[in-house]
Design a protein around this ligand. Structure first.
Ligand code: APR
Length: 246
């Protein structure tokens, strides 16, 4: 493993990290890459399920057309995720919640690894594969690893679908609005492991920057957001994040 040099972190960032009280973090698939979760872009091959591209099987249209097929795909994804563990980047962010007066963790990931690492109050913008939702009354149900997943709403008898934002769907109301408010108010904003191509999530660091926050990106590659950032830490999240608070 390449040993990251702590001088990767500027004195400016160390100082702001030490004195900030309001911090927002946005994460993407890259933060879970070191846990073995494939990212969506990069690495060339997009996931294909039974001949169907990822964005077809994971779409609102497919829920209407063939909900059992959608569940089969999500049951498969949960069976893979169940074997994976959070990595040092997830654990570091769980620790940050006790360091700052107001810490907001916003994720695009549906893998549940932030919660598994002990993070509380995670704003899961795109939902979670560990929840099901009633298609009629929108009641949400936890899916417990290793247990039979609920398939009918006990409240209204409606059928359940994955509680994940699928292709062709809007974000659930409320989640993004809270995140945007926190981005507006934060002093320090970290953008970790996202290609910053998918909006509105990618707009959060832009909101923070426009409101005067110091924005720091952590990614082995440059993204469309890099030019806007005050600091870009080029490396893997699991290796870079633990250096910041040292
Ligand atoms: N540490 C940090 N970043 C990493 C690492 C790592 N170990 N490995 C890869 N990355 C970076 C890649 O360089 C890339 O910029 O993570 C990013 C992953 O980008 P995407 O695969 O596009 O994932 P994300 O940005 O989360 O996608 C956003 O798109 O497909 C939809 O709903 C889906 O939530 C997803 C959204």
């Amino acid at each position: 493993m390449q040993i990251m040099q702590s001088d990767l972190i500027s004195a400016e960032l160390r100082n702001r990290f030490k004195h900030a009280s309001r911090v927002l973090v946005l994460t993407g698939a890259g933060i879970s890459a070191e846990s073995g979760v494939p990212t969506f872009r990069g690495g060339g091959n997009t996931a294909v399920w039974k001949g169907m591209p990822f964005d077809v099987i994971s779409s609102a249209t497919m829920v209407e057309r063939d909900l059992p097929a959608v569940w089969e795909w999500f049951d498969y994804r949960r069976s893979l995720l169940q074997k994976l563990q959070p990595n040092p980047a997830h654990y570091e962010l769980a620790r940050w919640a006790d360091v700052f007066q107001e810490f907001t963790l916003v994720t695009q990931n549906v893998d549940g690894l932030h919660r598994a690492a002990g993070s509380r109050d995670v704003i899961e913008l795109h939902g979670s594969v560990w929840r099901a939702r009633c298609v009629s009354c929108r009641t949400s149900y936890e899916i417990i690893p290793g247990e039979r997943r609920p398939d009918v709403c006990v409240g209204c008898g409606g059928s359940l679908r994955p509680d994940v934002v699928l292709f062709g769907e809007m974000l659930p109301s409320g989640a993004f609005e809270i995140a945007a408010e926190r981005a507006q108010a934060c002093q320090l904003c970290f953008v970790i492991g996202t290609s910053a191509l998918v909006y509105p999530a990618a707009g959060l660091p832009e909101i923070a920057k426009a409101a005067g926050a110091y924005v720091c990106e952590v990614n082995p590659e440059f993204t469309p957001l890099s030019a806007l950032c005050d600091e870009v830490l080029t490396g893997k999240a699991g290796e870079v994040l633990p250096l910041i608070s040292q």
